[in-house]
Design a protein around this ligand. Structure first.
Ligand SMILES: CC(C)(COP(=O)(O)OP(=O)(O)OC[C@H]1O[C@@H](n2cnc3c(N)ncnc32)[C@H](O)[C@@H]1OP(=O)(O)O)[C@@H](O)C(=O)NCCC(=O)NCCSC(=O)C(=O)O
Length: 398
């Protein structure tokens, strides 16, 4: 039994932020029913695809879910959705709030009808001056300070080369929904959860940017070790790179002993963390000068012996053959009748010593008939919805 077994989530969200949140819930055992528009989530058609409508981008954030496709612009489909909402523990969407009322999905109305429902709005912004603006990852990376952090690193404002805001906020949304479910266990009452990308990312970006009691942007704070402009990168070795991180007093004492320069460990600039922080640029310049004299293999062996945290700098494609990931079976192979073997990065979390398994993402509308039937619609009603294009089912293959 998985932790969220028996929890049903109706998920109207699209793109990455919301789908990633509900994928976490699916990984942990919830039954996640994706409610999709007639053409499906846009990620079905974004980037490389082994099968039309099953693009890699879609596979990455929709595993282990079901799909019901409804054209919510049609009142009949809205009515069918209401029947499904009656079966759900969690309702979530990532539409802009101003679009909800027209679909009969405003939080007040649904919560009045279903007092035990956890209603989660995944938003760009909380109510306030920016409310209702459209939000994509680039917009949020730009306005939340992430692009500025990159500027401080490289001298050019850039986005991280991954949809970091979507992914981070997806995880924020998942834990917020879990907290609301836990509250419901105690009170018997549902909840209204609003998860904004902007506010979540501002908080994320500022975690290490408090200086004393006062918030200071890092640019104005000298000696901030984890963000200092040119240093936030792997060390160069004589033949490559190493991600090594001497941090504690002991690490630095061992490091300087190893390079035959133990006197640096008692240099007042480097004896403790406060001193090192104040002289971080000098310290890292000094350390870099020693690291670059030896090979990566040398440093990996030395750091292991000295218990200084260190690792090789992996290329993404090398992760496929990483010894540890292979040993724990991190990548999971799922057999699909049409696509053959599909290899997923699995779930990292273990419950009672076991990692939850993953299952194939659904085809568009794969579960439309079954779930509408379960919600109380009879076969002729469902067929009528399909005939008028209000409910979508997979097309039979010729
Ligand atoms: C992503 C958005 C900018 C997309 O904006 P829009 O395309 O204008 O969509 P909106 O959310 O405003 O409105 C949704 C529209 O879809 C319609 N809609 C929704 N579901 C259905 C179904 N099932 N059937 C028919 N129509 C549907 C709904 O009626 C609205 O139609 P109309 O009334 O006709 O418009 C916005 O949704 C948003 O800011 N969301 C909150 C944050 C978020 O999730 N951002 C994306 C993260 S992913 C990402 O950032 C990234 O990959 O990069």
């Amino acid at each position: 039994m998985r932790p969220l077994q028996g929890v049903r989530v109706l998920d109207l969200s699209s793109v990455i932020f919301g789908p990633l949140a509900s994928q976490v819930l699916a990984d942990y055992g919830a039954e996640v029913v994706k409610i999709e528009p007639p053409k499906g989530d846009s990620t079905r058609h974004t980037g490389p695809a082994a099968e039309p409508g099953m693009a890699a981008m879609f596979l990455g954030s929709n595993r282990s879910k079901k799909s019901v496709a409804l054209d919510l612009k049609q009142p009949a489909a809205q009515k069918a959705l209401q029947a499904l909402i009656g079966t759900a523990d969690v309702f979530m969407h990532s539409m802009r709030p101003q679009k909800l009322a027209g679909l009969g999905l405003a939080p007040e109305a649904l919560r009045a009808r279903h007092p035990r429902l956890v209603y989660a709005s995944l938003l760009g912004f909380l109510p306030g001056p920016y409310a209702g603006r459209p939000a994509y990852d680039d917009v949020i990376q730009g306005m939340s300070g992430l692009a500025d952090l990159m500027d401080q690193q490289s001298g050019e404002a850039r986005y991280l080369p991954t949809i970091a805001a979507d992914k981070t906020c997806g995880h924020v949304a998942a834990h917020a929904i879990l907290a609301a479910l836990w509250q419901r266990e105690r009170t018997g009452q549902g909840a209204f959860v609003e998860v904004p990308m902007f506010e979540s990312m501002v908080g994320f970006n500022l975690v290490e940017h408090f200086y004393g009691q006062h918030f200071e942007p890092p640019r104005s704070v000298p000696g901030y070790p984890r963000v200092l402009a040119p240093w936030r990168r792997p060390y160069r070795t004589s033949d490559g790179l190493v991600a090594m991180m001497p941090y504690t007093d002991l690490h630095w004492q061992r490091f300087f002993a190893e390079v035959g320069a133990p006197q640096h460990a008692s240099d007042p600039r480097f004896t403790d963390i406060a001193a090192r922080t104040a002289h971080i640029a000098e310290l890292l310049e000094l350390a870099s000068g020693y690291v670059v004299r030896q090979t990566t293999a040398h440093w990996l062996a030395a750091c292991e012996r000295l218990e200084i945290p260190a690792a090789p700098v992996a290329r993404l494609d090398e992760l496929r053959s990483d010894e540890h990931l292979a040993a724990i079976g991190f990548f999971e192979e799922v057999q699909d009748p049409a696509m053959g073997t599909v290899r997923f990065p699995g779930v990292g979390v273990r419950f009672d010593g076991r990692r939850p398994p993953v299952a194939m993402p659904p085809r568009l509308g794969e579960h439309t008939r079954a779930l509408l039937a379960e919600a109380g619609l009879d076969a002729p009603q469902i067929q009528a919805l399909v005939d008028q294009g209000a409910a979508i089912v997979p097309q039979p293959k010729n």
